[in-house]
Design a protein around this ligand. Structure first.
Ligand SMILES: Cc1ncc(COP(=O)(O)O)c(C=O)c1O
Length: 388
């Protein structure tokens, strides 16, 4: 009996070619995973590497990206989540229970602090801030209920580079798990696990994607028991990523080291030029002497992200700084850095941090892939307009 056309289109005999190879791996999309019989349905364990059971728990495409991010980070296992912030959330959710406390650096990525302040608090989980540039401040903050310490290098927006090894050691001697937000280092600038940290989280949204068009996060570990604990929470809370997004990150990964070093070189050239200008009061770039924690950056890193901030001279008010930002033509105004287009954001530092660590108006720059000389020319013409 001839089957209906709809049936024949669904049950077409296509099978992927076994001997086909290409530079990029195939994009396998699934909500449903099909089993050949009931025995294989019962035997399949989603916790195994190739235990395909349900699209949410992974396809060959997402598992390949997990393996490559683990390689990039020098870890053993990686989990993917739909954003960098979701990676922070899944670590918190897996490791913290009612009555526990988590410690965050006072220059932590802002939404991570908001997550603790508003969401974790509703579940009876407390948080406390410590000064990442003072190891004694962390040691003093660790209490009976502390279960997790976050570190970030450098801190978001103000860019202080901490003594990671000493911070991690202070937590470890008290038996507390440590997690790093390794988005800035991206697995290129330094070896996060070499600092002794237990978990490395990244916003793949930034350097691993590199396109300014994908949101994704990763959680990487070296300890299989810790991985399993986070993976169980990950599974129960439904954090899947789409294969088309994974495909985009897989396509960008081979060029991450090239892009990172190029944006680093551009960032240093542009930062050096800005620092020479009378309008700039202070440069906050960990690769420059005089920037907070430069000595820790020098002892830890072989490179720096193309991301830095400047404090304008306090005599220049924020209205004038806005005029400068609005006059820029190549630098576009936007937050999510490490893409092809250079970005700029003026921040209201007094509203973010109390006490305010530096006087003046802060502007953060993110380097794209444009020629450094063009970026410097853009800055110069915008400063002329600001000074008018
Ligand atoms: C340091 C850092 N961590 C985490 C994130 C969160 O990443 P996502 O935008 O993918 O949620 C960002 C995003 O700006 C970031 O800068």
């Amino acid at each position: 009996m001839t089957r209906d056309i709809s049936t024949r289109l669904v049950h077409h005999a296509y099978r992927p070619p076994a001997d086909f190879e290409a530079p990029q791996i195939g994009v396998h999309k699934a909500s449903t995973v099909i089993f050949k019989d009931t025995a294989s349905l019962r035997a399949r364990d989603w916790r195994q590497k190739n235990g395909y059971t349900y699209g949410l728990h992974g396809t060959p495409t997402t598992f390949s990206l997990e393996e490559r991010i683990a390689t990039l980070e020098g870890g053993l296992q990686t989990l993917l989540v739909p954003s960098g912030l979701a990676a922070i959330a899944v670590v918190n959710m897996a490791l913290l229970s009612q009555g526990d406390e988590v410690l965050l650096p006072d220059n932590v990525y802002g939404p991570s602090r908001e997550l603790a302040r508003h969401e974790l608090a509703r579940f009876g989980i407390a948080h406390r801030l410590y000064d990442p540039m003072d190891v004694a401040s962390l040691a003093a903050a660790i209490g009976e209920r502390t279960r997790l310490v976050w570190v970030e290098a450098p801190g978001s927006v103000t860019m202080e580079f901490p003594d990671l090894r000493s911070l991690v050691a202070a937590a470890r001697t008290r038996g507390v798990t440590t997690a790093i937000d390794n988005t800035w280092g991206a697995g290129i600038a330094f070896d996060a696990f070499e600092t002794g940290v237990d978990i490395s989280m990244q916003a793949l949204t930034k350097y691993p994607s590199g396109g300014g068009d994908v949101l994704m996060g990763s959680v990487t570990t070296r300890d299989p028991a810790l991985h399993e604990r986070i993976k169980l929470s990950h599974m129960r809370t439904g954090w899947g990523v789409a294969a088309n997004d994974a495909e985009l990150v897989l396509r960008s990964l081979p060029s991450i080291a090239l892009r990172y070093r190029s944006q680093d070189a551009t960032g240093r050239e542009v930062a050096r030029w800005l620092a020479s200008r009378a309008e700039i009061g202070r440069l906050l770039h960990p690769a420059f002497a005089g920037s907070p924690g430069h000595e820790h950056w020098a002892a830890t890193c072989s490179a720096a992200a193309g991301l830095f901030s400047v404090m304008f001279d306090p005599a220049i008010d924020s209205v004038a700084v806005d005029r400068f930002v609005d006059a820029l033509k190549l630098f576009r105004i936007g937050y999510s850095w490490a893409g092809p287009c250079s970005l700029v954001v003026p921040y209201d530092l007094p509203a973010m941090r109390k006490p305010t660590p530096y006087p003046g108006t802060l502007v953060r720059f993110s380097m794209g892939l444009e020629a450094p000389a063009d970026l410097v020319n853009d800055l110069e013409q915008a400063l002329v307009k600001m000074n008018r």
